[in-house]
Design a protein around this ligand. Structure first.
Ligand code: UDP
Length: 233
Protein backbone atom coordinates (compact mmCIF):
# COMPACT_ATOMS: atom_id res chain seq x y z
CA UNK A 1 0.00 0.00 0.00
CA UNK A 2 1.43 3.31 -1.08
CA UNK A 3 -1.39 5.68 -1.99
CA UNK A 4 -4.67 6.10 -0.12
CA UNK A 5 -7.70 8.30 -0.51
CA UNK A 6 -9.33 9.33 2.73
CA UNK A 7 -13.01 10.34 2.61
CA UNK A 8 -14.17 12.54 5.48
CA UNK A 9 -17.75 13.69 5.82
CA UNK A 10 -18.33 17.35 6.54
CA UNK A 11 -19.84 16.26 9.83
CA UNK A 12 -16.49 14.80 10.90
CA UNK A 13 -15.20 18.37 11.15
CA UNK A 14 -18.06 19.51 13.39
CA UNK A 15 -16.88 17.72 16.51
CA UNK A 16 -19.44 18.30 19.25
CA UNK A 17 -21.09 21.24 17.45
CA UNK A 18 -24.13 20.91 15.16
CA UNK A 19 -22.88 23.19 12.39
CA UNK A 20 -19.60 24.39 10.90
CA UNK A 21 -16.06 23.46 11.84
CA UNK A 22 -14.58 22.70 15.26
CA UNK A 23 -10.91 23.83 15.20
CA UNK A 24 -9.96 21.17 17.77
CA UNK A 25 -11.40 18.39 15.63
CA UNK A 26 -9.79 19.82 12.52
CA UNK A 27 -6.39 19.84 14.21
CA UNK A 28 -6.78 16.31 15.53
CA UNK A 29 -7.59 14.94 12.07
CA UNK A 30 -4.78 17.01 10.52
CA UNK A 31 -2.33 15.52 13.04
CA UNK A 32 -3.38 12.00 12.08
CA UNK A 33 -3.02 12.77 8.38
CA UNK A 34 0.44 14.21 9.01
CA UNK A 35 1.49 11.05 10.87
CA UNK A 36 0.42 8.95 7.91
CA UNK A 37 2.34 11.07 5.39
CA UNK A 38 5.40 10.82 7.64
CA UNK A 39 5.34 7.08 7.09
CA UNK A 40 5.80 7.80 3.38
CA UNK A 41 2.18 7.22 2.43
CA UNK A 42 0.72 9.36 -0.38
CA UNK A 43 -2.54 10.82 0.89
CA UNK A 44 -5.43 12.23 -1.12
CA UNK A 45 -8.42 13.58 0.80
CA UNK A 46 -12.03 14.19 -0.19
CA UNK A 47 -14.15 16.14 2.31
CA UNK A 48 -17.94 16.43 2.26
CA UNK A 49 -19.98 19.53 2.96
CA UNK A 50 -22.83 18.26 5.14
CA UNK A 51 -21.72 20.36 8.12
CA UNK A 52 -22.60 23.47 6.11
CA UNK A 53 -25.01 22.75 3.22
CA UNK A 54 -26.50 19.75 1.47
CA UNK A 55 -28.35 20.25 -1.81
CA UNK A 56 -31.10 17.78 -0.91
CA UNK A 57 -31.72 19.56 2.40
CA UNK A 58 -31.91 22.96 0.72
CA UNK A 59 -34.30 21.51 -1.90
CA UNK A 60 -36.58 20.29 0.91
CA UNK A 61 -37.06 23.88 2.04
CA UNK A 62 -37.87 25.06 -1.47
CA UNK A 63 -34.57 25.82 -3.17
CA UNK A 64 -33.82 24.70 -6.70
CA UNK A 65 -31.92 21.42 -6.31
CA UNK A 66 -29.11 22.27 -8.71
CA UNK A 67 -28.49 25.60 -6.95
CA UNK A 68 -28.52 23.74 -3.63
CA UNK A 69 -25.98 21.25 -4.94
CA UNK A 70 -23.76 24.08 -6.14
CA UNK A 71 -23.90 25.49 -2.61
CA UNK A 72 -23.10 22.03 -1.20
CA UNK A 73 -20.08 21.75 -3.48
CA UNK A 74 -18.87 25.20 -2.44
CA UNK A 75 -19.25 24.08 1.18
CA UNK A 76 -16.80 21.25 0.47
CA UNK A 77 -14.33 23.85 -0.84
CA UNK A 78 -14.59 25.75 2.46
CA UNK A 79 -13.97 22.57 4.44
CA UNK A 80 -11.03 21.71 2.20
CA UNK A 81 -9.47 25.15 2.71
CA UNK A 82 -9.88 24.75 6.46
CA UNK A 83 -8.13 21.37 6.35
CA UNK A 84 -5.37 22.80 4.16
CA UNK A 85 -4.85 25.54 6.73
CA UNK A 86 -4.76 23.09 9.65
CA UNK A 87 -2.26 20.83 7.87
CA UNK A 88 -0.03 23.72 6.85
CA UNK A 89 -0.01 24.97 10.43
CA UNK A 90 1.52 21.58 11.30
CA UNK A 91 4.16 21.93 8.60
CA UNK A 92 2.62 19.64 5.97
CA UNK A 93 2.67 20.41 2.25
CA UNK A 94 -0.86 20.60 0.89
CA UNK A 95 -2.76 21.41 -2.30
CA UNK A 96 -6.50 21.92 -2.67
CA UNK A 97 -7.81 21.07 -6.14
CA UNK A 98 -11.40 21.94 -6.97
CA UNK A 99 -13.68 20.27 -9.51
CA UNK A 100 -15.27 23.70 -9.98
CA UNK A 101 -12.81 26.35 -11.17
CA UNK A 102 -12.20 29.00 -8.50
CA UNK A 103 -8.62 29.69 -9.40
CA UNK A 104 -8.17 32.62 -7.05
CA UNK A 105 -8.88 30.30 -4.15
CA UNK A 106 -7.32 26.97 -5.10
CA UNK A 107 -6.09 24.94 -8.05
CA UNK A 108 -8.49 23.26 -10.44
CA UNK A 109 -8.54 19.48 -10.43
CA UNK A 110 -6.32 18.10 -13.16
CA UNK A 111 -5.62 14.41 -12.76
CA UNK A 112 -2.00 14.43 -13.90
CA UNK A 113 -1.23 17.38 -11.68
CA UNK A 114 -2.92 15.68 -8.73
CA UNK A 115 -0.78 12.58 -9.23
CA UNK A 116 2.34 14.74 -9.40
CA UNK A 117 1.44 16.44 -6.10
CA UNK A 118 0.96 13.04 -4.49
CA UNK A 119 4.29 11.77 -5.82
CA UNK A 120 5.95 14.81 -4.27
CA UNK A 121 4.43 13.94 -0.92
CA UNK A 122 1.84 16.72 -0.82
CA UNK A 123 -1.48 16.01 0.82
CA UNK A 124 -3.89 16.56 -2.06
CA UNK A 125 -7.38 17.64 -1.05
CA UNK A 126 -9.93 17.17 -3.81
CA UNK A 127 -12.75 19.67 -3.34
CA UNK A 128 -16.16 20.39 -4.91
CA UNK A 129 -17.09 16.72 -5.23
CA UNK A 130 -17.41 15.58 -8.83
CA UNK A 131 -18.32 19.12 -9.94
CA UNK A 132 -21.80 17.89 -10.92
CA UNK A 133 -25.13 18.23 -9.12
CA UNK A 134 -27.00 15.09 -7.99
CA UNK A 135 -23.78 13.36 -6.94
CA UNK A 136 -22.26 12.93 -3.49
CA UNK A 137 -18.78 13.36 -2.14
CA UNK A 138 -18.74 9.58 -1.50
CA UNK A 139 -19.06 9.09 -5.25
CA UNK A 140 -16.43 11.79 -5.79
CA UNK A 141 -14.13 9.90 -3.41
CA UNK A 142 -14.51 6.61 -5.30
CA UNK A 143 -14.11 8.37 -8.66
CA UNK A 144 -10.95 10.23 -7.64
CA UNK A 145 -9.47 7.16 -5.91
CA UNK A 146 -9.89 5.19 -9.14
CA UNK A 147 -8.52 8.03 -11.28
CA UNK A 148 -5.36 8.38 -9.21
CA UNK A 149 -4.90 4.60 -8.86
CA UNK A 150 -5.22 4.62 -5.09
CA UNK A 151 -4.52 1.30 -3.38
CA UNK A 152 -7.31 1.80 -0.87
CA UNK A 153 -10.31 4.04 -0.27
CA UNK A 154 -10.76 4.84 3.42
CA UNK A 155 -14.19 5.97 4.51
CA UNK A 156 -14.18 7.63 7.92
CA UNK A 157 -17.33 7.21 10.02
CA UNK A 158 -18.39 7.48 13.65
CA UNK A 159 -18.48 3.71 14.21
CA UNK A 160 -15.79 1.06 13.84
CA UNK A 161 -16.97 -0.46 10.58
CA UNK A 162 -20.11 -1.67 8.84
CA UNK A 163 -22.91 -3.08 10.98
CA UNK A 164 -25.94 -5.20 10.12
CA UNK A 165 -28.10 -2.32 11.39
CA UNK A 166 -27.52 1.15 12.86
CA UNK A 167 -25.52 0.34 16.03
CA UNK A 168 -26.48 3.69 17.58
CA UNK A 169 -30.15 2.69 17.51
CA UNK A 170 -30.06 -1.11 17.55
CA UNK A 171 -27.81 -2.63 20.25
CA UNK A 172 -28.22 -6.07 18.63
CA UNK A 173 -26.52 -4.92 15.43
CA UNK A 174 -23.39 -6.92 14.62
CA UNK A 175 -20.21 -5.70 12.97
CA UNK A 176 -18.77 -7.25 9.82
CA UNK A 177 -15.01 -7.45 9.50
CA UNK A 178 -15.15 -8.45 5.79
CA UNK A 179 -17.82 -7.88 3.15
CA UNK A 180 -18.14 -7.92 -0.62
CA UNK A 181 -19.49 -4.99 -2.60
CA UNK A 182 -22.35 -7.19 -3.84
CA UNK A 183 -23.32 -7.98 -0.23
CA UNK A 184 -23.32 -4.28 0.63
CA UNK A 185 -25.60 -3.58 -2.33
CA UNK A 186 -27.89 -6.60 -1.84
CA UNK A 187 -28.40 -5.92 1.88
CA UNK A 188 -28.57 -2.15 1.33
CA UNK A 189 -26.01 -1.67 4.08
CA UNK A 190 -25.54 1.94 5.01
CA UNK A 191 -21.94 2.61 3.96
CA UNK A 192 -21.85 4.93 0.97
CA UNK A 193 -24.44 5.56 -1.75
CA UNK A 194 -24.90 2.83 -4.34
CA UNK A 195 -23.18 4.83 -7.09
CA UNK A 196 -20.01 5.00 -5.02
CA UNK A 197 -20.15 1.28 -4.15
CA UNK A 198 -20.70 0.28 -7.79
CA UNK A 199 -17.74 2.42 -8.85
CA UNK A 200 -15.53 0.61 -6.34
CA UNK A 201 -16.86 -2.81 -7.33
CA UNK A 202 -16.51 -2.32 -11.07
CA UNK A 203 -12.99 -0.96 -10.75
CA UNK A 204 -11.82 -3.37 -8.07
CA UNK A 205 -10.96 -0.67 -5.55
CA UNK A 206 -10.86 -1.98 -1.95
CA UNK A 207 -12.74 0.06 0.62
CA UNK A 208 -12.11 0.17 4.36
CA UNK A 209 -14.66 1.72 6.71
CA UNK A 210 -13.27 2.84 10.06
CA UNK A 211 -13.96 4.98 13.11
CA UNK A 212 -12.29 8.36 12.91
CA UNK A 213 -13.53 9.36 16.35
CA UNK A 214 -11.12 6.79 17.84
CA UNK A 215 -7.65 8.40 17.76
CA UNK A 216 -4.91 6.43 16.02
CA UNK A 217 -7.14 4.22 13.85
CA UNK A 218 -5.88 5.77 10.62
CA UNK A 219 -2.30 5.07 11.56
CA UNK A 220 -3.14 1.47 12.52
CA UNK A 221 -4.71 0.87 9.09
CA UNK A 222 -1.68 2.23 7.29
CA UNK A 223 0.55 -0.02 9.42
CA UNK A 224 -1.45 -2.97 8.09
CA UNK A 225 -3.71 -3.71 11.05
CA UNK A 226 -7.17 -5.13 10.43
CA UNK A 227 -9.28 -2.21 11.59
CA UNK A 228 -13.00 -1.65 10.89
CA UNK A 229 -14.56 -3.38 7.88
CA UNK A 230 -12.82 -4.22 4.63
CA UNK A 231 -15.01 -4.40 1.50
CA UNK A 232 -13.66 -6.06 -1.63
CA UNK A 233 -14.97 -8.04 -4.62
N1 UDP B 1 -22.45 17.69 -4.08
C1 UDP B 1 -22.78 17.69 -5.43
N2 UDP B 1 -22.02 16.95 -6.30
C2 UDP B 1 -20.96 16.21 -5.89
C3 UDP B 1 -20.65 16.19 -4.51
C4 UDP B 1 -21.41 16.94 -3.64
O1 UDP B 1 -23.72 18.35 -5.84
O2 UDP B 1 -20.30 15.58 -6.74
C5 UDP B 1 -23.21 18.56 -3.17
C6 UDP B 1 -24.51 17.93 -2.68
O3 UDP B 1 -25.47 18.95 -2.56
C7 UDP B 1 -24.11 17.40 -1.33
C8 UDP B 1 -23.16 18.46 -0.83
O4 UDP B 1 -22.44 18.83 -2.01
O5 UDP B 1 -25.22 17.28 -0.47
C9 UDP B 1 -22.22 18.04 0.26
O6 UDP B 1 -21.68 16.77 -0.03
P1 UDP B 1 -22.09 15.46 0.80
O7 UDP B 1 -23.54 15.49 1.13
O8 UDP B 1 -21.58 14.28 0.04
O9 UDP B 1 -21.23 15.69 2.11
P2 UDP B 1 -21.04 14.77 3.41
O10 UDP B 1 -22.33 14.06 3.68
O11 UDP B 1 -19.94 13.80 3.11
O12 UDP B 1 -20.65 15.74 4.47
Amino acid sequence: MQRILLKLSGEALMGEADYGIDPKMLKRIALEIREVTRLGMQVAVVIGGGNIFRGAGLARVGMDRVTGDHMGMLATVMNSLAMQDALEALGSYVRVMSAIRINEVCEEYIRRRAVRHLEKGRVTIMAAGTGNPFFTTDTAASLRAIEINADLLLKATKVNGIYSDDPMRNPAATRYSRLTFDQVLADRLDVMDATAIVMCRDNDLPLRVFDLTAPGELLRIVRGEDVGTLVTN
